[in-house]
Design a protein around this ligand. Structure first.
Ligand SMILES: NC(=O)N[C@H]1NC(=O)NC1=O
Length: 174
């Protein structure tokens, strides 16, 4: 999609197409619509970052809490968003054996019990081995370090989702 088209979208279409660049947080997309026109992808991304960075710490934790667990219940029940399903599959998380699922479930639970938000990592930049390693290492961090780390990963996920929507000719949701 070229940026002239993107900048001409009304907010319904804009949110319809870009509403899940941050998982289950269409409010972010709806807010940055007011910042049009965007000069390009980096400019749109910067507007999203500015919104996220201006949130109080509770808001950042809220964004993390909108993310499904990796290899969790929603993957098993087929209720993930399309984006998340594709990302988790890309990292091989839909093909774990039962021992790996148990390990991931245990680590996810420990992480959530410690921080009160789920472990978030850009699945497309990792595989099951690096995800399991990161999960067991990051659970030892301080809460504010981990909150910031989770938000960095949200931005990575968002970057790849935006690229997928803007830089390809895949038919969009219009
Ligand atoms: N928990 C978590 O990291 N979830 C996500 N990561 C990713 O790449 N897609 C997601 O939904």
């Amino acid at each position: 999609m070229d940026f002239a088209t993107l900048n001409a979208l009304d907010y319904d279409d804009f949110v319809n197409i870009f509403g899940n660049v941050v998982e289950k947080c269409p409010i972010i997309t709806a807010a940055v619509w007011s910042k049009r026109p965007f000069a390009g992808l980096a400019d749109l991304e910067a507007a999203i970052h500015e919104f996220i960075d201006a949130l109080p710490e509770s808001g950042k934790e809220g964004i993390l809490r909108c993310h499904p667990d990796l290899a969790g219940r929603e993957l098993q029940s087929g209720t993930l968003t399309q984006e998340s399903r594709e990302e988790q599959a890309r990292a091989g998380l839909d093909a774990l054996n039962s021992a790996e699922v148990s390990r991931m479930t245990r680590l996810n639970l420990d992480y959530k019990a410690r921080f009160g938000f789920p472990f978030v990592i850009c699945a497309r930049m990792n595989d099951k081995a690096t995800i399991l390693r990161q999960l067991s290492e990051r659970v030892q961090n301080e809460r504010q370090v981990e909150r910031a780390r989770g938000i960095e990963e949200v931005k990575r996920i968002c970057h790849l989702r935006l690229q997928g929507l803007v830089l390809t000719d895949v038919p969009n949701k219009l």
